[in-house]
Write a protein that binds this ligand. Structure first.
Ligand code: COA
Length: 197
């Protein structure tokens, strides 16, 4: 983030930014609960700069977050300590990221609004109610320079390669190779991603 952008972010959200600074200085056992309270307090607010502060609060909760990461209003992150995000990433309104099995997002990734990503599943063959079956991990990996369109669902265990585009409304249930445009239910590769030199 440039110094100018950082300054305007701080000026824009000074009272909230100040609270985040206080939370960083709090003793270890208070830091995480306070960061959660902060995230809840700003979950439905939208103002330029707050999106960056949310990413800083997620970092306090244990996520590994690069620079220039914007998390818009209404985004829900479960198990933030299992989330890794690179640089220059935007996650738009109301996305749901369930990171139980581990979620890695590369650099320069745009995730449009209402995208859901899950990284765990219930095995179908365990006895008793399915909701009580133990969760199985299915880490999800999203490469760099990826654009995920609005209302996409990404299921557990999937990898999306670098330079890929996932069309709006798609269901991604198997790996998407690098340099491809995929969409549909389920998403399949429709064409390579052609880019001007
Ligand atoms: C995937 C996408 C990038 C493809 O763009 P494109 O290459 O210009 O595709 P076209 O518009 O030429 O469509 C080609 C064909 O694919 C179909 N298609 C395109 N996107 C589709 C999608 N998301 N789901 C299903 N079919 C799709 C079109 O209907 C068309 O079919 P046809 O040849 O039978 O008429 C685009 O359609 C898309 O989904 N963009 C995401 C938009 C978005 O989520 N924006 C959020 C704000 S950031």
């Amino acid at each position: 983030m440039t110094a100018r952008r950082l300054l305007s972010t701080i000026m824009d959200c000074w009272p909230l930014g100040m609270w985040l600074g206080v939370i960083r200085l709090a003793p270890n056992r208070l830091r995480r609960p306070l960061a959660n309270v902060f995230l809840d307090a700003v979950r439905y607010k939208e103002r330029s700069g707050i999106a960056v502060l949310r990413s800083r609060a997620l970092a306090i909760l244990g996520a590994s977050i690069g620079s220039d990461v914007m998390i818009k209003a209404g985004v829900i992150v479960e198990y933030p300590e299992r989330l890794v995000i690179g640089n220059r990433v935007s996650i738009q309104h109301r996305c749901f990221l369930s990171c139980y099995g581990g979620l890695r997002i590369g650099n320069d990734v745009s995730i449009a609004h209402d995208v859901s990503i899950v990284t765990s599943s219930h095995p179908l063959d365990s006895p008793g109610p399915i909701r009580e079956a133990p969760l199985t991990d299915g880490p999800v990996s999203i490469g760099s320079n990826v654009w995920i369109g609005m209302k996409v669902m990404v299921l557990a265990g999937v990898s999306i390669g670098d330079d890929a585009v996932i069309g709006a409304g798609s269901l991604v249930r198997s790996d998407i190779p690098p340099n491809s445009v995929a969409y549909g239910l389920p998403a399949v590769v429709r064409k390579p991603l052609y880019r001007k030199a």
